[in-house]
Write a protein that binds this ligand. Structure first.
Ligand code: ADP
Ligand code: MG
Length: 726
């Protein structure tokens, strides 16, 4: 079957397929009956474990104390019994390598018993520690092959769960992945370490408000955007299959200019898919909450209720896995890439971030009493200070080849890291900084003595162009890419907040705070200090505008446009000092992360450029030449009967074919030269400055041809078809 008929038969298969049939009875099995069904939760443990064992495990979970082996043995036994009663045959240590994906190694519970039967075993040590053959996971030089061992270690704070498959189930144990020397090889370990650092510093501040004690945890709620397209199209596009994005394609005639997709009615097939995704998430105890269409046609969003940052991070990975798995069941592919279709809005992952405890409440909630307000102001100022001091770091943790296509593309925040506070909060900060007291429209108020003017929740018309926006009771980090793990952003935010709170606590510890008035004045002086130094990072205007780029540069704010510019920040002294001071990542660990991420960037673009060459040569060029032939023979036939027809189309096609060939061979030459002993940093720059622009030149020819070549000869499903045919 030639390329074009694959495309046309894809369309006819989709349009003749009936909408999905329902596969389960939602009346007889309501949400409440499936919620957390596949989670080995605290409740489940309480029922299955002897009281003393349960108590000791709970202590480990809340305090982080090491787990002793006899407790682990008892927990493993209970877990095994629970898992087998839920159909499990295997257990898997699940870990999160630096690729940002989820990895797992499965082992059977069952061993031969020596008498021709089998016996199920699962020891405490098998629960606590595994040894995957991790040598194929990227480690950025931490593990030489002679010391290639990596260990997975059970993360007691994240519950074990069961993954279902039509042919069996697997017990999944969330783990941290470390080298034999104890260095982190994964995304999870630093999340846990950074949460500890944050708690330590937050406690020092909260002492002044009498709200210290219970562990302060950061919380995260990640809004996941994604595209759904029919599998028939997906498999007809080698670029989607191998890169997750289209490397060619001109924008659809009808784009998103009518704003009719956002919050519009969700197509039936997509809704069926969403129901199933949500039910699968519920079974895993993931509190998905919101679903809606997004701005672009074919684009949707799912958001859970926020959870502790480490649990939210694991759950976010599971949400992505579930979206992909369920889409397949419905004959669709879920595209998590940040920019699957050029010219159409891309996908992000807004990570909502806050912190708190049962006693201190939500620390980014302005609160209702004078004391709560003062506490809020300290945490808010600390956040401003953190973002100001580490704007480059925040940029680097969202850097990837795919997110580069989205950031700053007039749909996502620019690469300049600024904070949006909103008018009310901005006014309060200004007032404190200028007079030491807050003079709002009606009142003059002092921190800690009177109440702040109410700070309304900005839900409707709030600023959508800011990379870090205060949204009433949390900050929303909008620069995160849709395909990324949220671990990196969480590690960065926890750690920079820990540093800022360290500074706040040191300030409060150095001044008089013996009375409420004195404490109020101390808070004021801290806020004043931060505002004076850091208010440059606050920007409440339109982050998409050209004026902002100019102004930001006048303010001296960094603007690291691409991954090639941003990744090196991980090796900056300020970054190493920060992470080492709070024992989150060592210099060696940072170095290894830099290597892995830079190599990922290079490898991603390498695969893409391979495909640009291949598709251009084997799909586009043949189609264009066939069309050229058709035009030529038609012109010749006309000429034979004395008609001199217009040559402009064949001239254009011929010109484009020539340019296409030229650009493709230039790209090939660049790629050959690419491997000449460049160091990693120079290689990244070569990719950014040479390879990517040349890929765009090839693309421009192809997209121009798409608008000329006869539709029945065009081999690749078009944007129009992929985005609108459901
Ligand atoms: P919007 O699209 O208006 O940003 P959504 O309802 O899509 O709002 O998502 C809001 C997200 O913010 C949810 O995931 C929600 O759980 C999360 N969130 C709310 N409060 C907090 C908080 N205190 N800490 C972290 N995340 C929060
Ligand atoms: Mg949203």
């Amino acid at each position: 079957m030639s390329g074009n008929s694959v495309r046309l038969s894809a369309i006819s298969s989709i349009t003749s397929t009936p909408i999905v049939e329902s596969s389960f009875d939602f009346v007889s099995s309501p949400t409440s009956s499936v919620w957390g069904k596949n989670v080995f939760s605290l409740n489940e443990m309480a029922q299955r474990l002897p009281k003393t064992i349960f108590k000791s495990l709970k202590k480990t979970i809340t305090s982080g104390d090491p787990l002793d082996l006899s407790t682990a043995d008892a927990v493993a036994e209970a877990m095994k019994t629970w898992a087998i009663s839920n159909g499990a045959t295997h257990y898997a240590h699940v870990f999160y390598p630096l690729t940002g994906l989820t990895a797992e190694k499965h082992d059977s519970f069952f061993d031969p018993d020596g008498d021709g039967g089998t016996i199920a075993t699962f020891s405490g040590s098998a629960l606590i520690q595994g040894e995957p053959d991790g040598s194929s996971f990227p480690n950025g030089g931490i593990r030489q092959t002679f010391e290639a061992r990596g260990y997975t270690i059970w993360d007691v704070t994240s519950p074990a769960y069961i993954m279902e498959n039509p042919n069996g189930t697997t017990l999944c144990i969330p783990t941290a992945f470390v080298s034999w020397t104890g260095e982190s090889l994964d995304k999870k370990t630093p999340v846990l370490r950074s949460m500890q650092a944050l708690n330590t510093q937050a406690q020092r501040v909260l002492k002044f408000f009498g709200t210290d004690g219970p562990t302060i945890s950061s919380s995260a709620g990640a809004e996941q955007e994604y595209f759904l397209i029919d599998n028939h199209f997906f498999y007809a596009r080698p670029d989607l299959l191998a890169c997750g994005r289209t490397l060619f394609g001109s924008p659809p005639p009808k784009g998103q200019e009518f704003d009719d997709h956002y919050f519009g009615a969700i197509p039936e097939r997509v809704q069926a898919f969403m129901f199933e995704v949500e039910r699968e998430c519920f079974k895993l105890g993931i509190p998905t909450k919101t679903r809606h269409n997004e701005v672009a046609p074919g684009q949707f969003e799912i958001a859970p209720v926020y959870e502790y940052a480490n649990v939210a991070t694991d759950h976010q990975q599971l949400v992505m896995t579930t979206l992909k798995k369920v889409a397949t069941k419905f004959g669709m592919t879920c595209l998590m890439h940040e920019k699957p279709f050029a010219g159409v809005n891309g996908s992000g992952k807004h990570v909502n971030f806050s912190m708190g405890s049962s006693k201190a409440g939500n620390l980014f909630d302005p609160g209702e009493t004078p004391a709560e307000n003062a506490q809020f102001l300290v945490f808010c100022a600390a956040m401003i200070s953190a973002v100001f001091n580490h704007a480059k770091l925040l940029r680097s943790v969202v850097a990837s080849a795919s997110n580069d296509h989205r950031l700053g593309a007039n749909e996502a925040p620019p690469a300049i890291l600024s904070i949006f506070l909103g008018d009310e909060l901005n006014e309060i900060m200004e007032a404190i900084a200028s007079s030491g007291s807050i003079s709002s429209k009606q009142n003059t108020l002092s921190v800690g003595v009177d109440v702040l003017p109410p700070i309304p929740m900005h839900s409707g018309d709030r600023n959508r162009t800011s990379p870090m926006a205060f949204t009433g009771n949390r900050f929303e980090f909008r620069a995160v890419g849709s395909s990324q793990s949220i671990a990196g952003p969480m590690v960065a935010m926890n750690t920079i907040m820990a540093e800022a709170l360290d500074e706040a606590a040191t300030h409060l510890e150095s001044v008089d705070t013996s009375s409420p008035e004195a404490l109020g004045a101390a808070v004021e002086s801290y806020v004043k200090m931060v505002w004076g130094k850091c208010n440059k990072v606050v920007f409440n205007g339109d982050g998409y505008s050209d004026e902002w780029h100019v102004e930001a540069s006048n303010r001296g704010l960094p603007n690291l446009k691409t991954t090639a510019d941003a990744l090196g920040v991980l090796k900056d002294k300020s970054c190493i000092d920060l992470f080492e001071k709070y024992s989150v990542l060592s210099e060696r660990e940072l170095e290894s992360r830099y290597e892995v991420y830079a190599e990922q960037y290079i490898a991603t673009v390498n695969v893409e450029s391979n495909l640009v060459v291949e598709i251009a040569k084997t799909m586009i060029f043949p189609a264009a030449v066939r069309y050229q032939g058709e035009l030529a023979s038609s012109l010749a036939s006309l000429k034979a009967i004395g008609i001199e027809a217009d040559h402009s189309t064949i001239d254009k096609v011929t010109g484009l074919i020539k340019s296409l060939q030229d650009y493709v061979s230039q790209l090939e030459i660049l790629k050959e030269g690419e491997h000449q002993s460049l160091d990693v940093a120079s290689h990244c720059l070569f990719v950014k400055n040479e390879i990517l622009p040349k890929m765009v030149e090839v693309r421009d020819c192809v997209d121009a041809l798409e608008n000329l070549v006869a539709d029945d000869l065009w081999p690749l499903p078009t944007f129009q078809e992929m985005l609108y045919i459901k």
